[in-house]
Design a protein around this ligand. Sequence first.
Ligand SMILES: C=C(O[C@@H]1C=C(C(=O)O)C=C[C@H]1O)C(=O)O
Length: 454
Amino acid sequence: MHRTPEFLFMSSHCGIRAHGIYERLCLPVRATSETGKPGRARLRAESASCARSTANEQAFHTRLREAFQRARSAGIANPIAIGAIPFDQTRPAQLSIPRSYEMFSRALEVEQNCGLESIQSGAEKSARHVLHSNSVPDEARFKQAVRQAIANFKLSDIRKAVLSRVLDLELDGPLDLDAFFQHLLTQNPAGYHFRLPLDDGSQLIGASPELLLRRQGREVFSNPLAGSARRQVDPEQDRKVSEKLSRSSKDVYEHSLVIEDIRAQLQPLCAELAVPEAPQLMHTRAMWHLSTPIRGILNDPTLTALQVACRLHPTPALCGFPSREAHKLIQLVEPFERGLFGGIVGWCDAEGNGEWAVAIRCGIFTDSHAQLFAGAGIVEDSDPDSEWRETQAKLQTMLSALGVDPEQPCTAKVDTRPAGQSAQEKSEESAQQAGHKVNHAARKHPVDKAGVRA
Ligand SMILES: C=C(O[C@@H]1C=C(C(=O)O)C=C[C@H]1O)C(=O)O
């Protein structure tokens, strides 16, 4: 029998299951945010880059190296650091060095654990009724924020801002998170799966399609995504949607802002850098994306996966362009703190190798509550209605794994309650049982700002 792991991360390259905590590193990667408003010329020259490499950042990585040394002295032969860095790097990281861990192949794990029987039982065990669902911001406010962002682009140098929302779900009982995670993995066998227990007892769980950075020796890889379309059930329609996406000038432009920013960050760090001329299509079960696989060879072999990842993060795929100004715009129009949403999650070892995925297509789960996150890149040509629909489509990854109809998030598709009871009865009964449940508005983080601040 498996003990509940402290951390689980899986990609096509490696799986890591970690147990116990030797030492935590809960400092911010960057201690302060730069608040000075740069003039236009300076802003252009700095682009997204300068704000992301500071002395504070070096201090953080020095602390990590020291922690690795202590772990070695304490008898941990090959220590690794695992966890997540929030969207805002001035907020505390959630990293730790585990007492023990095992590395495994995801392909083998899926083969062994996800036979048809366990897929079905995973689906059933993880399915729940949704008693209440609440989007922060709601549809009208999200669209208003998109319009605000577009108006702002016309008056500033900001070219892109990623706006997001959190869907807060109250379920009719606690989720079986083991079964849920297995179901998520089975439905989305590719990409980056993660499960990270957090200090307050909640867990960050997700299946992200996006790699921020993998380092193997001197080689680094990144696979940014930007520009999205919803998958279609009909194969012919699905193909047409993907072709339309690859020809969409709005999406190609949105994508190019991400790639140029990552190129600008990586170029000075790399002896070689290969960035394909044009994006290619990739898909998840729910979405089509424009994708650019980037490969580089580091100049400095001591630069770690986490150092390079923190230089890139947050890319314009999750923040905007230019980064610092887009971040301020997000803080102005987004009515919640992202916390770990839109951050990075992964691991690295003391040699500097490791893999960091972008924390999207994910949620934070506490007992019978789930908070799911989705965002969309906004540029001048964005249409508020289709950006809202894009966030709905992105939420589908987690909603499907929960067995919830994404169009009607208050109706669970799979019913595990006893037969002979109507959905209404079940829902009412559950609502009564849930009478003691924590008030949404009073609940902790990350939905903690009160409405859109203009
Ligand atoms: C913000 C999300 O996705 C990001 C935004 C994308 C876009 O705007 O097209 C595509 C992939 C991700 O980089 C999300 O899934 O929540």
